[in-house]
Design a protein around this ligand. Structure first.
Ligand code: SF4
Ligand code: SF4
Length: 82
């Protein structure tokens, strides 16, 4: 399952460099967004979602519209880094 950033994001920029898949970007200067096509929930790189760990606003949550199995997330990671 990809993660998503909720509207209480303060655009602090802390999460961007932590993402192993370059999935996080600035949207409109106010909110940051996660590209679901690139988010593997950090499967393939880390044991836990790194963006969630560092976000001071605790505004990063699972995206119910992008549910994927651990196997699918690993395949996505392999595709992105293949
Ligand atoms: S969970 Fe991992 S892969 Fe997904 S956006 Fe956060 S840091 Fe990037
Ligand atoms: S770390 Fe959290 S508050 Fe900061 S830009 Fe990322 S999602 Fe927004």
């Amino acid at each position: 399952m990809a993660l998503m950033i909720q509207e209480d994001c303060t655009a602090c920029d802390v999460c961007v460099l932590e993402c192993p898949n370059d999935a996080i970007s600035e949207n409109d200067g106010v909110l940051y967004v996660i590209d679901a096509d690139n988010c593997t929930e950090c499967v393939g790189a880390h044991d836990e979602p790194q963006c969630q760990l560092v976000c001071p606003a605790e505004c990063i949550v699972p995206d119910p519209n992008h549910q994927e199995s651990p196997e699918a997330l690993q395949e996505k990671y392999d595709r992105l880094h293949g």
